[in-house]
Design a protein around this ligand. Sequence first.
Ligand SMILES: Cc1cc2nc3c(=O)[nH]c(=O)nc-3n(C[C@H](O)[C@H](O)[C@H](O)COP(=O)(O)O)c2cc1C
Length: 321
Amino acid sequence: MKNCWIDIKKPILMLSPMAGYTDSAFRIICKQQGADLLITELISADAIAHWAKKTADIKNTPTYKLMEFQKAEMPIIVQLFGKHPEKFAIAAKWIEENLKPAGIDINMGCPAKKVVKSDHGATLLRDQERGVEVVRAVRAATKLPLSVKTRLGWESDDEILEFAPKLIAAGVDALIIHGRTYKDGFSNTARWDNIYKLKAQNSNVKIIGNGDIKDQKDIEEKLNNLDGIAIGRGTVGNPFIFNKLFEKLSDSEKLAIKKQAILEHAKLSCELKGEKGIIELRKHLLAYFKGHPRAKELRKMFVAVKNIEDVKSMLAAIDTE
Ligand SMILES: Cc1cc2nc3c(=O)[nH]c(=O)nc-3n(C[C@H](O)[C@H](O)[C@H](O)COP(=O)(O)O)c2cc1C
């Protein structure tokens, strides 16, 4: 069987979704540094299904602003969360017809309290039957490539070996697997062995591994037999992780590239979100210079930036990596 997930040279290096961080501006920066594939943060299928009937109004909703993307971001996947198969189906169809992304992803891994309390996110990993129903509904509603982002299990690492074949039979083209269980949250280290095992048993499906990648060495060491790697926290302050050459550059070359990327990030944030974009940029600025010898002093500058001119003068005041 031919796999119809997004056709990218192997191995795929993708940005992992991070609500509150991976907006359009940051995604474009990651792409400019070499990310092969982007994805939106989790977006409510219920909200889209609600608004889908009134397409004229949807553009003014916060949900639309979260799923909107720029042409420069293609190929990009839109990630949905929810629990009702029929609402997922309406949302997926609406997205295919109106946004035309490269794919749809279903969130079955988010452990956040408010998400799990509503039986969304990682709950679909515990209620496997519902998870499978959701995949079937989305598969029937859209021709777009379909993936599920999930974890190893609810409480044990082996659950994925039983769950994944059911998702594959229901029609997913790819799985993005974070090597932790729901119970782990973000504690313990990511475990990749069952992700490799799954790939060895399912050559017809793309399998992307995820968890704790911090640098090029991690990428090389963890890839193994997989089709790709998704990087989340390791990109914050370091979208250069997608740039193979970056680590080999001198400190002054690194600083020059970093300053250029930060200015571009600021311009995009401002262009796409206005003043709100610059306020949201502040946490990225802190991350870009985490561990800098003058971090404490710079912090005061970062949390006060209000416009592009402030970002420019802040960058001019930094002369060491
Ligand atoms: C702040 C934050 C927000 C996240 N938001 C999402 C999300 O919207 N959808 C999702 O599937 N995973 C989300 N994740 C999980 C990451 O995509 C990723 O699976 C996890 O952080 C492990 O990978 P890492 O060690 O490379 O960060 C989020 C993680 C963080 C830290």
